[in-house]
Design a protein around this ligand. Structure first.
Ligand code: GLA
Length: 414
């Protein structure tokens, strides 16, 4: 055991951070689409092509979305005689390279899903013991992104702490991707169990921080012994945000899971707040809806360039909760060029008025050593990013009434 740990430590130090090896990947949080939230196993070549077409036709590509990703269920149930992964021939009759080629022909990137265990969460062949072989296949097919899950991992229970084994399994795949030589964005999906924000920056470009998201705003706390997805606000509050944000930055991000914007019964306000929180918290923005038939309202939210700009800001500082005033949560995010973003959320069922005085206030980000002060002489301009209109300056207090789960997001600039 000791010898193994020593070897693993050596491997870690010798290879350095993943982002260093394939420089330029995920300098800002990843933007794209993933099949799971809407389609589950109902995926095929035609779907990928139509989604890629819509990236271009709907202006999603222009807004910054780049990766078209297949989640679980793209494989056959068995590897071939040489141990290679086989795309399901009914769903992908022309193989995966043809699918990747099509996505590339649109100027986009292509992503796949696999799992560190013996089987994926849906029961397809996992990568355990086949990491280098699978990584070579991805490189051969032209894969640009790998989401790597954590189901069916009995091997993790053989000794050591869970963290050691998870870190080892993910590091093994990282090194397999290095060895295959193709720059592949590596998204770790172990749901936050071993605190991947502590070790993830050296292993992947992003790591899921929590369990699976559902299209629900409030926490889901059923005690019925069944598995349940998590609500949007449950995901936001699951871990100490100060701990998470220390780990985030260009090349390495906390992943709050694929977006549910446009799914289920989320209201307009909830969809807006969900998207803006993911943007403020520097999470990858991976759409999880059927973009081929989304409403104008959903499209407007997903393509709001001023909100996206908060997420893609080159400073890469994740927002922090500045204050909770009654039902109103106030989140702040330092931006490049001395700008700041503030999100005011009425996390309650009743309409709530808010008057926010800027003047005389000092807002401090202790983790990243940033502060913003507000005085009469050098006010900031205040811009409402949903409405796309200027609201005056910080000389005057912000006055707004917010409905249930409604937020206001403003950008301050000099
Ligand atoms: C896990 C992941 C999900 C999805 C499914 C697929 O639950 O967390 O995001 O990939 O597996 O089976």
């Amino acid at each position: 055991m000791k010898r193994f740990l020593f070897a693993a430590a050596l491997l870690c130090c010798a290879t350095g951070s993943f982002a260093q090896k394939f420089e330029g990947l995920a300098k800002t949080p990843t933007m794209g689409w993933n099949s799971w939230n809407t389609f589950r196993s109902d995926i095929d070549e035609q779907l990928v092509k139509e989604i890629a077409d819509q990236f271009v036709a709907l202006g999603l590509k222009d807004a910054g979305y780049e990766y078209v990703c297949l989640d679980d269920c793209w494989m056959s149930k068995e590897r071939d005689a040489e141990g290679n992964l086989v795309p399901d021939p009914k769903k992908f009759p022309n193989g995966m390279k043809a699918v990747a080629d099509y996505v590339h022909s649109k100027g986009l990137k292509f992503g796949l899903y696999e799992c560190a265990g013996t089987k994926t969460c849906a029961g397809y062949p996992g990568s355990h013991g086949h990491e280098y072989q699978d990584a070579l296949k991805y490189a051969e097919w032209g894969v640009d992104f790998l989401k790597y899950d954590c189901c069916n991992t009995p091997q993790f229970a053989h000794g050591g702490s869970d963290r050691i084994w998870r870190e080892w399994a993910y590091t093994t795949m990282r090194d397999a991707l290095y060895a295959a030589g193709r720059p592949i964005l590596f998204n770790l999906c172990e749901w936050g169990g071993s605190e991947p924000w502590l070790w993830g920056p050296a292993v992947g470009h992003s790591w899921r921080a929590t369990g699976d998201i559902g299209a629900v705003f409030d926490p889901v706390n059923a005690n019925d012994g069944q598995w349940h997805p998590m609500g949007i606000m449950q995901i936001v509050g699951e871990h100490d945000n100060d701990v998470l944000r220390r780990a985030a930055g260009p090349g390495h991000w906390n992943d709050l899971d694929m977006l549910e914007v446009g799914n289920g019964d989320l209201t307009l306000f909830e969809n807006q707040t969900h998207f803006a929180l993911w943007a403020m918290l520097c999470s990858p923005l991976i759409m999880g809806n059927d973009i081929r038939q989304m409403s104008e309202q959903t499209k407007e939210i997903l393509t709001n360039r001023e909100i996206i700009a908060l997420n893609q800001d080159e400073l890469g500082i994740q927002a922090f909760k500045y204050e909770t005033a009654g039902d109103i949560q106030i989140w702040a995010k330092p931006l490049s060029g001395g700008d700041w973003a503030f999100l005011f959320l009425n996390y309650s069922a009743k309409e709530t008025p808010l008057t926010f005085y800027w003047t005389g206030r000092v807002v401090t980000d202790r983790v990243f050593d940033k502060a913003v002060t507000f005085d009469e002489k050098t006010p900031y301009r205040v811009r409402d990013l949903y409405a796309g209109k200027n609201l005056g300056t910080t000389k005057t207090p912000l006055k707004v009434t917010l409905g249930k789960n409604q937020s206001l997001v403003v950008r301050l600039s000099k």
